[in-house]
Design a protein around this ligand. Sequence first.
Ligand code: IPE
Ligand code: IPE
Ligand code: MG
Length: 242
Amino acid sequence: MPKDKEINRTAEHVAIIMDGNGRWAAARGKPRLYGHQAGAKRVRDIVEACPHLGVRYLTVFAFSTENWKRTQTEVAGLMRLFKKYILSEAKRLVNAGVCVRFIGDRLRLEPGLVQLMDELEEMTAKNSLVNLTVAINYGGRDEVARATKRMAQDVAKGFLNPETVNEQTLAGYLDTYVLPDPDLVIRTSGEARISNFLLWQSAYSEYEFVKTLWPDFTVQDFQKIVAIFAGKERRFGGLLAS
Ligand code: IPE
Ligand code: IPE
Ligand code: MG
């Protein structure tokens, strides 16, 4: 029998692969961008539910390093949507006590968007009720490659002794260096794959794949999944606690 303390764990860090916007729009005979707009609106409720569920860190996958393969219209529409979202949500996020961070490679993003991202990070830096991390032009392999490159540069400059490199060293070079590993990763839309999200960080995360398309995902759905997590026993390669 698991002990009570193990049954009532909270998911301190939840990461979400927000998938299914395109199918949601197609089902309504609308362009894909219509689905992305509906999807963006879902984020607010979910963020605001976090403090009530004990979730201190929420990380959402908004655009992957592979999503550039989509049509120019969709990519440009998504970039416009990110800018619009930051402008319209900034004040609310500041007032709600949300600290916003962005992960992913900013070099390929347009300077106007990067500036808004920097400003939002700065505006919300002192907040600590919820830590919202938005992954834009993010890929787990790309993140590890960029981290390795900077590590190699530090070795070349004599700042880092290769003999001392361990898991913590690499984790410290990742975009997520300030975040705990996710306890729970949720993917909506029925696809059961990681699609290059938080590869290193989710080594021991629980996964929940749900059929709901992201624009239909409600706070109640979120609550239910967090509750399922609370009843699970994680072993981290060890044995069950007796
Ligand atoms: C997720 O929804 C949002 C992004 C990847 C930007 P999709 O656009 O992947 O929606 P589907 O999977 O085609 O339904
Ligand atoms: C993953 O969804 C990326 C985001 C949710 C931003 P995709 O729709 O891009 O992933 P695949 O193509 O189904 O693997
Ligand atoms: Mg998809």
